[in-house]
Design a protein around this ligand. Structure first.
Ligand code: PLP
Length: 427
């Protein structure tokens, strides 16, 4: 009997798992078609059950900065698992990982490990509200901070006040304590703080937005955020779930030289296994139970396997050559795309900061959520399928970053530029 194909497995999955997937974007909803079923990963390659091999730019949506199944990580996870997979008691690994994080990000004086980026952001908001005694948390349109109720809020017509739930099941009451502002808009930020600054518990921001495609901060935007939060006694939270350990050893805070009060981490921190972390100033972090009165807990928090994978990953990232490699790859790839776009007279905007980048099919510069939404997503869907057919797996949504790993080399770079050229030439 022959093995099931991706299509057969996905059809079966859809009968037992909502939409056939355990996280919506995996379903190819915004590009059409149905997803392949992953079989295994090797370095920069992802193999599906149909026998296809792809250059992978999804890389599990960011955690796999060392590539798939990196030997040093796999071995330490296997060895750790043999000694027990969870204890519900403190372990040495938690201490070692926290110490490594503090070494890279000295503004993280204390760190609490959780099991996902969602939990990290949810906890950061609770700490900020608990510490300040205030209610309002400000986020930015198009920013993503996980799927907790408080962050599933989109801007309504009234900027800071008239917000709307971004999902069914989120009570309207919750949207009243979250404000969503346009990213990179300093005047709106100033006005919001002038009007309601003393009610704001925290501002949470992806310092390089990476969930509406990659959008770097405008000149002075993060500096203004730091200045206003400090002036009004609000907590500045950098959500570095994507950027942490990727754009520099110390993340975007290091890259831009701005110290946040709290940082949310995830993805790379767990080297491919589930993890999240919230860290920052000791005086804020000590609001958490059991020291303080802000409650937070987790059965599998600081899990030995995730922390082992995280330690192995962060140790390898201790080599500065890693960041040079990632950035050079991104620079060469986006440079090649810019040349192709100009040669074939195609309107492609390339947004890049360090090794994080996105291509937008648009005539206009992309600087915020509105301009990201104005890009041609139908064209992106065609691009996605053309690349997939040619053995290159990019995100099945035009609002995502491309993720490069240390395992990506010239072989993958050439394959990718050839595939993009084929697509652009045929337009
Ligand atoms: N914050 C950012 C910036 C993210 O990109 C994500 C997930 O993609 C999250 C938070 C939520 O992390 P998780 O999916 O681990 O819950």
């Amino acid at each position: 009997m022959s093995a099931d194909s991706s299509q057969q497995l996905f059809d079966k999955a859809a009968r037992i798992i909502p939409g056939g997937v355990n996280s919506p974007v995996r379903a190819f909803g915004s590009v059409g078609g149905s997803p392949f079923i992953a079989e295994k990963g090797e370095g920069p390659w992802l193999h599906d059950v149909d026998g296809n091999r792809y250059v992978d730019y999804v890389m599990s949506w960011g955690p796999l900065i060392l590539g798939h199944a990196r030997k040093s990580v796999v071995e330490v996870v296997a060895e750790t698992a043999r000694r027990g997979m969870s204890f519900g008691a403190p372990t040495r690994n938690e201490l070692d990982l926290a110490a490594l994080v503090r070494e890279r990000m000295p503004w993280i004086e204390k760190l609490r490990l959780v099991s996902s980026g969602t939990e990290a952001c949810m906890t950061a908001a609770r700490v900020a509200r608990g510490a300040t005694g205030r209610r309002i948390v400000v986020k930015f349109d198009g920013g993503y901070h996980g799927h907790s109720d408080g962050f599933l809020v989109k801007a309504g017509s009234g900027l800071a006040t008239g917000n709307l739930p971004a999902s069914a099941g989120v009570p309207e009451e919750i949207t009243k304590v979250t404000a969503s502002l346009p990213f990179n808009d300093i005047p709106v930020l100033e006005k919001t703080f002038a009007d309601t600054g003393d009610d704001i518990a925290a501002v949470i921001v992806e310092p390089i937005a990476a969930n509406m495609g990659v959008i770097p901060p405008a000149e002075g935007f993060l500096e203004k955020l730091r200045e206003l939060t400090e002036k009004h006694g609000a907590v500045l939270i950098f959500d570095e779930v994507i950027t942490g350990f990727r754009v520099a050893p110390g993340g975007a805070a290091e890259l831009f030289g701005i110290k946040p009060d709290l940082v949310c981490l995830g993805k790379i921190l767990g080297g491919g296994l589930p993890i999240g972390g919230v860290g920052g100033k000791a005086e804020l972090m000590d609001n958490l139970a059991p020291v303080g009165s802000v409650y937070q807990a987790g059965t599998l928090s600081g899990n030995p396997l995730s922390t082992a994978a995280g330690i192995a990953t962060l140790r390898e990232l201790g080599d500065p050559g890693v960041y040079q490699h990632l950035e050079q790859y991104a620079e060469e790839l986006t440079g090649a795309v810019a040349e192709l776009a100009s040669k074939h007279e195609q309107p492609i905007q390339i947004n890049r900061k360090a090794s994080l980048f996105t291509l937008f099919f648009s005539e206009c510069e992309v600087t915020d959520f509105d301009s990201a939404q104005a890009a041609d997503m139908k064209r992106y869907a065609e691009f996605f399928h053309s690349l997939l057919k040619q053995g290159v797996f990019v995100a099945p949504s035009g609002f995502e970053a491309w993720f490069v790993s240390t395992a990506h080399t010239r072989v993958q770079l050439e394959l990718t530029t050839d595939a993009i050229e084929t697509f652009v030439r045929e337009l």
